[in-house]
Design a binder for this molecule. Structure first.
Ligand code: C2E
Ligand code: CMP
Ligand code: CA
Ligand code: CA
Length: 394
Protein backbone atom coordinates (compact mmCIF):
# COMPACT_ATOMS: atom_id res chain seq x y z
CA UNK A 1 0.00 0.00 0.00
CA UNK A 2 1.28 3.49 -0.83
CA UNK A 3 -0.22 6.51 0.92
CA UNK A 4 -0.68 9.78 -1.00
CA UNK A 5 -1.11 13.37 0.00
CA UNK A 6 -2.95 16.11 -1.95
CA UNK A 7 -0.82 17.85 -4.57
CA UNK A 8 1.83 15.14 -4.62
CA UNK A 9 3.13 14.07 -8.03
CA UNK A 10 2.85 10.27 -8.37
CA UNK A 11 4.81 10.30 -11.65
CA UNK A 12 5.51 12.57 -14.60
CA UNK A 13 4.97 12.13 -18.30
CA UNK A 14 8.11 10.63 -19.88
CA UNK A 15 9.24 8.84 -16.67
CA UNK A 16 10.16 5.16 -16.87
CA UNK A 17 7.34 3.17 -15.27
CA UNK A 18 7.96 0.14 -13.07
CA UNK A 19 4.51 -0.32 -11.55
CA UNK A 20 0.83 0.47 -11.99
CA UNK A 21 -1.60 1.54 -9.26
CA UNK A 22 -5.03 0.49 -8.11
CA UNK A 23 -6.80 3.24 -6.18
CA UNK A 24 -8.00 1.98 -2.81
CA UNK A 25 -9.18 5.40 -1.60
CA UNK A 26 -8.86 9.03 -2.70
CA UNK A 27 -8.64 10.61 -6.14
CA UNK A 28 -5.89 11.33 -8.66
CA UNK A 29 -5.73 13.50 -11.73
CA UNK A 30 -4.18 12.36 -15.01
CA UNK A 31 -2.93 15.22 -17.19
CA UNK A 32 -0.55 16.03 -20.02
CA UNK A 33 1.53 19.14 -20.57
CA UNK A 34 1.09 21.21 -23.70
CA UNK A 35 3.86 23.79 -23.57
CA UNK A 36 3.33 25.65 -20.29
CA UNK A 37 -0.25 24.55 -19.79
CA UNK A 38 -1.68 21.42 -18.26
CA UNK A 39 -4.38 19.54 -20.17
CA UNK A 40 -6.44 17.45 -17.73
CA UNK A 41 -7.38 14.03 -19.09
CA UNK A 42 -9.29 12.38 -16.28
CA UNK A 43 -9.94 12.25 -12.57
CA UNK A 44 -9.81 8.68 -11.27
CA UNK A 45 -11.24 7.33 -8.00
CA UNK A 46 -11.49 4.17 -5.91
CA UNK A 47 -11.39 0.89 -7.87
CA UNK A 48 -9.71 2.44 -10.92
CA UNK A 49 -6.26 1.57 -12.30
CA UNK A 50 -3.63 3.86 -13.81
CA UNK A 51 -0.02 3.62 -14.90
CA UNK A 52 -0.61 0.35 -16.74
CA UNK A 53 0.30 1.56 -20.23
CA UNK A 54 4.04 1.96 -19.61
CA UNK A 55 4.21 -1.59 -18.26
CA UNK A 56 2.28 -3.32 -21.02
CA UNK A 57 4.44 -2.12 -23.89
CA UNK A 58 7.57 -0.83 -22.17
CA UNK A 59 7.21 2.83 -23.07
CA UNK A 60 7.68 5.99 -20.96
CA UNK A 61 4.68 7.30 -18.99
CA UNK A 62 2.15 8.67 -21.45
CA UNK A 63 0.80 11.25 -18.97
CA UNK A 64 1.49 12.71 -15.53
CA UNK A 65 -0.42 11.89 -12.38
CA UNK A 66 -1.06 13.98 -9.26
CA UNK A 67 -2.91 13.15 -6.04
CA UNK A 68 -6.02 15.29 -5.51
CA UNK A 69 -6.77 14.09 -2.00
CA UNK A 70 -5.45 11.96 0.83
CA UNK A 71 -5.70 8.30 -0.14
CA UNK A 72 -4.13 4.90 -0.52
CA UNK A 73 -2.80 3.22 -3.65
CA UNK A 74 -2.24 -0.51 -4.13
CA UNK A 75 0.95 -1.05 -6.09
CA UNK A 76 0.65 -3.51 -9.01
CA UNK A 77 4.08 -4.80 -10.02
CA UNK A 78 5.27 -5.18 -13.57
CA UNK A 79 5.46 -8.98 -13.14
CA UNK A 80 1.87 -9.19 -11.87
CA UNK A 81 0.55 -7.33 -14.89
CA UNK A 82 2.86 -8.23 -17.77
CA UNK A 83 2.79 -11.94 -17.10
CA UNK A 84 -1.01 -11.94 -17.43
CA UNK A 85 -0.96 -9.93 -20.63
CA UNK A 86 1.66 -12.23 -22.16
CA UNK A 87 -0.35 -15.30 -21.26
CA UNK A 88 -3.51 -13.89 -22.86
CA UNK A 89 -4.82 -15.06 -26.21
CA UNK A 90 -2.76 -13.42 -29.00
CA UNK A 91 -5.86 -11.77 -30.43
CA UNK A 92 -6.66 -10.21 -27.04
CA UNK A 93 -3.02 -9.03 -26.82
CA UNK A 94 -3.33 -7.44 -30.22
CA UNK A 95 -6.54 -5.67 -29.18
CA UNK A 96 -4.86 -4.33 -26.03
CA UNK A 97 -1.98 -2.95 -28.10
CA UNK A 98 -4.31 -1.37 -30.63
CA UNK A 99 -6.27 0.32 -27.83
CA UNK A 100 -3.06 1.63 -26.25
CA UNK A 101 -1.97 3.09 -29.57
CA UNK A 102 -5.33 4.79 -30.00
CA UNK A 103 -5.10 6.31 -26.53
CA UNK A 104 -1.56 7.56 -27.18
CA UNK A 105 -2.56 9.04 -30.49
CA UNK A 106 -5.53 10.73 -28.79
CA UNK A 107 -3.13 12.24 -26.19
CA UNK A 108 -0.77 13.36 -28.97
CA UNK A 109 -3.67 15.01 -30.70
CA UNK A 110 -4.54 16.94 -27.52
CA UNK A 111 -0.92 18.04 -27.23
CA UNK A 112 -1.01 19.29 -30.81
CA UNK A 113 1.51 16.62 -31.91
CA UNK A 114 0.92 15.17 -35.38
CA UNK A 115 -0.38 11.62 -35.78
CA UNK A 116 0.45 11.76 -39.49
CA UNK A 117 3.54 12.71 -41.39
CA UNK A 118 6.79 11.17 -42.56
CA UNK A 119 7.90 10.17 -39.05
CA UNK A 120 4.64 8.59 -37.99
CA UNK A 121 3.91 5.14 -39.47
CA UNK A 122 0.44 4.69 -41.00
CA UNK A 123 0.24 1.00 -40.25
CA UNK A 124 -0.31 0.18 -36.61
CA UNK A 125 2.89 -1.05 -34.86
CA UNK A 126 0.78 -3.52 -32.95
CA UNK A 127 -0.58 -5.06 -36.14
CA UNK A 128 2.85 -5.44 -37.70
CA UNK A 129 4.40 -6.89 -34.56
CA UNK A 130 1.54 -9.23 -33.88
CA UNK A 131 1.59 -11.33 -37.00
CA UNK A 132 0.50 -14.43 -35.09
CA UNK A 133 -2.74 -12.80 -33.97
CA UNK A 134 -3.52 -11.52 -37.45
CA UNK A 135 -2.88 -14.94 -38.97
CA UNK A 136 -5.17 -16.47 -36.40
CA UNK A 137 -7.97 -14.04 -37.20
CA UNK A 138 -7.41 -14.76 -40.90
CA UNK A 139 -7.59 -18.51 -40.30
CA UNK A 140 -10.77 -18.14 -38.23
CA UNK A 141 -12.36 -16.28 -41.10
CA UNK A 142 -11.31 -18.93 -43.63
CA UNK A 143 -12.60 -21.73 -41.37
CA UNK A 144 -15.91 -19.94 -41.00
CA UNK A 145 -16.28 -19.61 -44.79
CA UNK A 146 -15.23 -23.25 -45.22
CA UNK A 147 -17.95 -24.27 -42.76
CA UNK A 148 -20.50 -22.32 -44.83
CA UNK A 149 -19.27 -24.27 -47.88
CA UNK A 150 -19.45 -27.61 -46.03
CA UNK A 151 -15.72 -28.32 -46.49
CA UNK A 152 -15.24 -30.28 -43.22
CA UNK A 153 -15.87 -34.00 -43.37
CA UNK A 154 -14.98 -37.06 -41.30
CA UNK A 155 -12.29 -39.51 -42.42
CA UNK A 156 -12.60 -42.89 -40.75
CA UNK A 157 -9.81 -44.95 -39.22
CA UNK A 158 -10.72 -48.61 -38.54
CA UNK A 159 -10.50 -50.00 -35.00
CA UNK A 160 -9.68 -53.71 -34.81
CA UNK A 161 -10.50 -56.43 -32.33
CA UNK A 162 -6.90 -57.53 -31.79
CA UNK A 163 -7.84 -61.13 -30.99
CA UNK A 164 -10.03 -61.87 -34.00
CA UNK A 165 -8.39 -59.35 -36.36
CA UNK A 166 -11.77 -57.98 -37.48
CA UNK A 167 -12.89 -54.38 -37.76
CA UNK A 168 -15.34 -53.66 -34.98
CA UNK A 169 -15.52 -49.87 -35.15
CA UNK A 170 -13.83 -46.71 -36.33
CA UNK A 171 -12.76 -43.26 -35.20
CA UNK A 172 -14.12 -40.26 -37.11
CA UNK A 173 -11.33 -37.71 -37.66
CA UNK A 174 -12.05 -34.28 -39.04
CA UNK A 175 -10.54 -33.22 -42.36
CA UNK A 176 -10.81 -29.90 -44.15
CA UNK A 177 -11.17 -30.54 -47.86
CA UNK A 178 -10.09 -27.18 -49.26
CA UNK A 179 -10.65 -26.34 -52.91
CA UNK A 180 -7.32 -24.55 -53.02
CA UNK A 181 -5.11 -26.45 -50.53
CA UNK A 182 -6.43 -30.03 -50.69
CA UNK A 183 -6.83 -32.15 -47.55
CA UNK A 184 -5.87 -30.19 -44.41
CA UNK A 185 -5.03 -31.93 -41.13
CA UNK A 186 -6.63 -30.98 -37.80
CA UNK A 187 -3.17 -30.04 -36.51
CA UNK A 188 -3.44 -26.93 -38.72
CA UNK A 189 -6.87 -25.73 -37.64
CA UNK A 190 -8.03 -27.54 -34.48
CA UNK A 191 -6.43 -25.15 -31.97
CA UNK A 192 -7.96 -22.11 -33.63
CA UNK A 193 -11.28 -23.90 -33.96
CA UNK A 194 -11.31 -24.90 -30.30
CA UNK A 195 -10.33 -21.45 -29.05
CA UNK A 196 -13.07 -19.79 -31.07
CA UNK A 197 -16.70 -20.85 -31.07
CA UNK A 198 -16.25 -22.42 -34.51
CA UNK A 199 -15.76 -25.83 -32.88
CA UNK A 200 -19.47 -25.80 -32.01
CA UNK A 201 -20.54 -25.62 -35.65
CA UNK A 202 -17.81 -27.99 -36.84
CA UNK A 203 -18.43 -30.48 -34.02
CA UNK A 204 -22.17 -30.64 -34.70
CA UNK A 205 -21.46 -31.23 -38.36
CA UNK A 206 -19.06 -34.10 -37.55
CA UNK A 207 -21.61 -35.80 -35.31
CA UNK A 208 -24.34 -35.43 -37.92
CA UNK A 209 -22.18 -36.86 -40.70
CA UNK A 210 -20.65 -39.68 -38.65
CA UNK A 211 -24.04 -40.83 -37.35
CA UNK A 212 -25.55 -40.58 -40.84
CA UNK A 213 -22.79 -42.91 -42.16
CA UNK A 214 -23.05 -45.34 -39.24
CA UNK A 215 -26.02 -47.48 -40.48
CA UNK A 216 -24.17 -48.31 -43.73
CA UNK A 217 -21.05 -49.22 -41.75
CA UNK A 218 -23.12 -51.46 -39.46
CA UNK A 219 -24.62 -53.16 -42.51
CA UNK A 220 -21.14 -53.86 -43.89
CA UNK A 221 -19.08 -54.54 -40.78
CA UNK A 222 -21.59 -55.97 -38.30
CA UNK A 223 -24.58 -54.71 -36.34
CA UNK A 224 -22.58 -53.68 -33.27
CA UNK A 225 -20.09 -51.59 -35.26
CA UNK A 226 -19.33 -48.37 -33.37
CA UNK A 227 -18.05 -44.94 -34.32
CA UNK A 228 -15.83 -42.90 -32.02
CA UNK A 229 -16.35 -39.14 -32.33
CA UNK A 230 -13.93 -36.62 -30.76
CA UNK A 231 -15.73 -34.01 -28.68
CA UNK A 232 -14.10 -30.87 -27.31
CA UNK A 233 -14.94 -29.35 -23.94
CA UNK A 234 -16.87 -26.34 -25.23
CA UNK A 235 -18.98 -28.55 -27.43
CA UNK A 236 -19.67 -31.08 -24.70
CA UNK A 237 -21.12 -28.56 -22.23
CA UNK A 238 -23.11 -26.63 -24.84
CA UNK A 239 -26.80 -26.71 -23.86
CA UNK A 240 -28.65 -29.19 -26.07
CA UNK A 241 -25.54 -31.27 -26.88
CA UNK A 242 -27.07 -34.59 -25.73
CA UNK A 243 -30.44 -33.83 -27.36
CA UNK A 244 -28.62 -33.20 -30.64
CA UNK A 245 -26.89 -36.60 -30.53
CA UNK A 246 -30.13 -38.30 -29.58
CA UNK A 247 -31.90 -36.67 -32.56
CA UNK A 248 -29.12 -37.80 -34.92
CA UNK A 249 -29.22 -41.29 -33.43
CA UNK A 250 -32.98 -41.58 -33.96
CA UNK A 251 -32.65 -40.34 -37.55
CA UNK A 252 -30.04 -43.04 -38.26
CA UNK A 253 -31.84 -45.65 -36.23
CA UNK A 254 -28.65 -46.91 -34.59
CA UNK A 255 -28.22 -48.19 -31.03
CA UNK A 256 -26.78 -45.86 -28.38
CA UNK A 257 -23.79 -48.15 -27.55
CA UNK A 258 -22.68 -47.79 -31.18
CA UNK A 259 -21.82 -44.18 -30.36
CA UNK A 260 -18.55 -43.64 -28.52
CA UNK A 261 -17.66 -40.10 -27.50
CA UNK A 262 -13.91 -39.50 -27.18
CA UNK A 263 -13.16 -36.94 -24.49
CA UNK A 264 -9.88 -35.66 -23.11
CA UNK A 265 -9.38 -34.95 -19.44
CA UNK A 266 -9.34 -31.22 -20.32
CA UNK A 267 -13.12 -31.59 -20.38
CA UNK A 268 -12.97 -31.56 -16.56
CA UNK A 269 -11.99 -27.88 -16.63
CA UNK A 270 -15.62 -27.26 -17.66
CA UNK A 271 -16.56 -28.24 -14.08
CA UNK A 272 -19.70 -29.84 -12.75
CA UNK A 273 -21.61 -29.48 -16.05
CA UNK A 274 -19.10 -31.81 -17.72
CA UNK A 275 -19.65 -34.56 -15.14
CA UNK A 276 -23.43 -34.12 -15.35
CA UNK A 277 -23.37 -34.34 -19.16
CA UNK A 278 -21.18 -37.45 -18.99
CA UNK A 279 -23.71 -39.07 -16.67
CA UNK A 280 -26.53 -38.06 -19.01
CA UNK A 281 -24.66 -39.66 -21.94
CA UNK A 282 -24.19 -42.85 -19.95
CA UNK A 283 -27.90 -42.87 -19.03
CA UNK A 284 -28.73 -42.78 -22.73
CA UNK A 285 -26.29 -45.67 -23.28
CA UNK A 286 -23.53 -43.94 -25.27
CA UNK A 287 -19.98 -45.07 -24.62
CA UNK A 288 -17.42 -42.62 -23.27
CA UNK A 289 -13.70 -42.99 -23.95
CA UNK A 290 -10.90 -41.00 -22.38
CA UNK A 291 -8.43 -39.90 -25.06
CA UNK A 292 -4.81 -38.74 -24.68
CA UNK A 293 -4.79 -39.88 -21.05
CA UNK A 294 -1.31 -39.56 -19.56
CA UNK A 295 -0.12 -36.87 -21.96
CA UNK A 296 -1.28 -33.73 -20.14
CA UNK A 297 -1.38 -32.98 -16.44
CA UNK A 298 -3.33 -36.17 -15.82
CA UNK A 299 -5.21 -36.37 -12.63
CA UNK A 300 -6.27 -39.72 -11.26
CA UNK A 301 -8.90 -37.89 -9.29
CA UNK A 302 -10.53 -36.82 -12.56
CA UNK A 303 -10.44 -40.36 -13.83
CA UNK A 304 -12.32 -41.59 -10.79
CA UNK A 305 -15.03 -38.92 -11.26
CA UNK A 306 -15.64 -39.65 -14.94
CA UNK A 307 -18.22 -42.35 -15.75
CA UNK A 308 -16.12 -43.85 -18.57
CA UNK A 309 -16.38 -47.07 -20.56
CA UNK A 310 -13.09 -47.01 -22.53
CA UNK A 311 -9.53 -45.78 -22.18
CA UNK A 312 -7.37 -45.01 -25.21
CA UNK A 313 -3.67 -45.67 -24.88
CA UNK A 314 -2.01 -42.63 -26.42
CA UNK A 315 0.07 -42.98 -29.56
CA UNK A 316 3.11 -41.46 -27.83
CA UNK A 317 3.39 -44.47 -25.47
CA UNK A 318 2.80 -47.06 -28.21
CA UNK A 319 5.43 -45.36 -30.37
CA UNK A 320 8.14 -45.85 -27.75
CA UNK A 321 7.01 -49.03 -26.02
CA UNK A 322 9.59 -51.29 -27.71
CA UNK A 323 12.75 -49.26 -26.98
CA UNK A 324 11.71 -47.35 -23.90
CA UNK A 325 11.02 -49.27 -20.69
CA UNK A 326 9.31 -46.28 -19.14
CA UNK A 327 6.68 -46.06 -21.91
CA UNK A 328 6.09 -49.79 -21.53
CA UNK A 329 5.67 -49.32 -17.78
CA UNK A 330 3.11 -46.57 -18.38
CA UNK A 331 1.19 -48.89 -20.71
CA UNK A 332 1.31 -51.69 -18.13
CA UNK A 333 -0.03 -49.41 -15.43
CA UNK A 334 -2.77 -48.08 -17.74
CA UNK A 335 -3.80 -51.68 -18.43
CA UNK A 336 -3.86 -52.44 -14.72
CA UNK A 337 -5.83 -49.30 -13.97
CA UNK A 338 -8.33 -50.00 -16.77
CA UNK A 339 -8.90 -53.46 -15.34
CA UNK A 340 -9.58 -52.09 -11.87
CA UNK A 341 -11.95 -49.44 -13.22
CA UNK A 342 -13.67 -51.87 -15.60
CA UNK A 343 -12.65 -49.98 -18.75
CA UNK A 344 -12.03 -51.39 -22.25
CA UNK A 345 -8.67 -50.50 -23.80
CA UNK A 346 -7.98 -49.17 -27.27
CA UNK A 347 -4.34 -48.78 -28.36
CA UNK A 348 -3.73 -45.85 -30.70
CA UNK A 349 -0.96 -45.41 -33.27
CA UNK A 350 -0.07 -49.09 -33.81
CA UNK A 351 2.50 -48.88 -36.59
CA UNK A 352 4.55 -52.10 -36.41
CA UNK A 353 3.97 -55.83 -36.07
CA UNK A 354 6.21 -55.85 -32.97
CA UNK A 355 4.00 -53.28 -31.25
CA UNK A 356 0.90 -55.26 -32.22
CA UNK A 357 2.35 -58.52 -30.86
CA UNK A 358 3.36 -56.88 -27.61
CA UNK A 359 -0.01 -55.17 -27.13
CA UNK A 360 -1.82 -58.44 -27.78
CA UNK A 361 0.50 -60.19 -25.31
CA UNK A 362 -0.36 -57.58 -22.68
CA UNK A 363 -4.05 -58.27 -23.20
CA UNK A 364 -5.09 -55.02 -24.97
CA UNK A 365 -8.36 -55.80 -26.73
CA UNK A 366 -8.65 -53.12 -29.43
CA UNK A 367 -6.24 -51.20 -31.64
CA UNK A 368 -5.94 -48.73 -34.48
CA UNK A 369 -2.97 -47.36 -36.40
CA UNK A 370 -1.14 -47.06 -39.68
CA UNK A 371 -0.19 -50.79 -39.52
CA UNK A 372 -3.85 -51.48 -40.29
CA UNK A 373 -4.93 -48.35 -42.11
CA UNK A 374 -4.70 -44.55 -42.16
CA UNK A 375 -7.94 -42.60 -41.73
CA UNK A 376 -9.88 -42.93 -45.00
CA UNK A 377 -12.73 -41.15 -46.76
CA UNK A 378 -16.15 -42.83 -46.54
CA UNK A 379 -16.00 -44.76 -49.83
CA UNK A 380 -12.46 -46.07 -49.23
CA UNK A 381 -13.36 -47.05 -45.71
CA UNK A 382 -16.27 -49.15 -46.97
CA UNK A 383 -13.85 -51.06 -49.21
CA UNK A 384 -12.24 -52.44 -46.03
CA UNK A 385 -15.46 -54.36 -45.40
CA UNK A 386 -14.67 -56.99 -48.05
CA UNK A 387 -12.30 -59.15 -45.93
CA UNK A 388 -14.62 -58.74 -42.95
CA UNK A 389 -17.53 -60.07 -45.02
CA UNK A 390 -15.47 -62.99 -46.34
CA UNK A 391 -14.42 -63.92 -42.84
CA UNK A 392 -18.02 -63.83 -41.66
CA UNK A 393 -19.28 -66.09 -44.47
CA UNK A 394 -16.31 -68.51 -44.17
P1 C2E B 1 -6.56 -37.98 -31.57
O1 C2E B 1 -8.01 -37.99 -31.20
O2 C2E B 1 -5.60 -38.42 -30.53
O3 C2E B 1 -6.48 -38.85 -32.89
C1 C2E B 1 -5.39 -39.67 -33.20
C2 C2E B 1 -4.51 -39.05 -34.23
O4 C2E B 1 -3.44 -39.94 -34.53
C3 C2E B 1 -5.20 -38.78 -35.57
O5 C2E B 1 -4.60 -37.60 -36.09
C4 C2E B 1 -4.81 -40.00 -36.39
O6 C2E B 1 -4.87 -39.75 -37.78
C5 C2E B 1 -3.40 -40.21 -35.92
N1 C2E B 1 -2.98 -41.59 -36.07
C6 C2E B 1 -3.72 -42.71 -36.01
N2 C2E B 1 -2.94 -43.80 -36.15
C7 C2E B 1 -1.68 -43.37 -36.30
C8 C2E B 1 -0.41 -44.03 -36.47
O7 C2E B 1 -0.30 -45.23 -36.53
N3 C2E B 1 0.69 -43.22 -36.57
C9 C2E B 1 0.61 -41.86 -36.52
N4 C2E B 1 1.72 -41.17 -36.63
N5 C2E B 1 -0.57 -41.22 -36.35
C10 C2E B 1 -1.70 -41.96 -36.24
P2 C2E B 1 -5.48 -36.51 -36.83
O8 C2E B 1 -6.55 -37.16 -37.62
O9 C2E B 1 -4.52 -35.61 -37.52
O10 C2E B 1 -6.17 -35.75 -35.61
C11 C2E B 1 -5.40 -35.02 -34.71
C12 C2E B 1 -6.19 -34.63 -33.50
O11 C2E B 1 -7.19 -33.65 -33.85
C13 C2E B 1 -6.97 -35.76 -32.86
O12 C2E B 1 -6.11 -36.51 -32.04
C14 C2E B 1 -8.03 -35.01 -32.10
O13 C2E B 1 -7.52 -34.53 -30.87
C15 C2E B 1 -8.28 -33.81 -33.00
N6 C2E B 1 -9.50 -34.07 -33.79
C16 C2E B 1 -9.64 -34.73 -34.96
N7 C2E B 1 -10.93 -34.72 -35.36
C17 C2E B 1 -11.62 -34.05 -34.41
C18 C2E B 1 -13.02 -33.70 -34.23
O14 C2E B 1 -13.91 -34.03 -35.03
N8 C2E B 1 -13.34 -32.97 -33.13
C19 C2E B 1 -12.41 -32.60 -32.20
N9 C2E B 1 -12.81 -31.88 -31.13
N10 C2E B 1 -11.10 -32.91 -32.33
C20 C2E B 1 -10.72 -33.64 -33.41
P1 CMP C 1 1.12 5.14 -18.19
O1 CMP C 1 1.43 5.53 -19.60
O2 CMP C 1 1.90 4.05 -17.57
O3 CMP C 1 1.20 6.42 -17.27
C1 CMP C 1 0.22 7.44 -17.44
C2 CMP C 1 -1.13 6.82 -17.22
O4 CMP C 1 -2.23 7.67 -17.42
C3 CMP C 1 -1.34 5.77 -18.29
O5 CMP C 1 -0.43 4.70 -18.09
C4 CMP C 1 -2.80 5.50 -18.13
O6 CMP C 1 -3.06 4.72 -16.98
C5 CMP C 1 -3.34 6.93 -17.88
N1 CMP C 1 -3.78 7.59 -19.12
C6 CMP C 1 -3.05 7.94 -20.19
N2 CMP C 1 -3.81 8.55 -21.13
C7 CMP C 1 -5.07 8.60 -20.63
C8 CMP C 1 -6.32 9.15 -21.12
N3 CMP C 1 -6.42 9.74 -22.30
N4 CMP C 1 -7.39 9.00 -20.33
C9 CMP C 1 -7.31 8.40 -19.12
N5 CMP C 1 -6.17 7.88 -18.61
C10 CMP C 1 -5.05 7.99 -19.35
CA1 CA D 1 -9.43 -39.43 -30.52
CA1 CA E 1 -4.55 -39.45 -28.82
Amino acid sequence: MRPMIPGETIFREGDIGDCAYLIESGEVQIFIEKGETEVPLRVLGPGEVFGEMALIDDTPRSASCRALSVGQLIVVTKEQLVDRVHKADPVVRLLVQVLLERLRSHNNHLKGKPNFGPDVPHISHAAVENKEALERIGLEDRISTALDNDEFIPYYQPIYDLTSGTIIGCEALMRWISKTDGVISPYVFMDVMEESWLILRAGRRMLEKALADLPVFAENFGENFFVGVNVSGRQFVEPGFVDHIENCRKLSNVKAPQIKLELTERIMTEGETAVQTMQECRNFGYKLAIDDFGTGFSSLQYLAQMPLTDLKIDRSFVLKMIEDDKSLSVIRSLIHMAELLGLKLIAEGVETKEQLAMLKGLGVSMGQGFLFSKPLPYEDFLMLAQPNKKRKSA
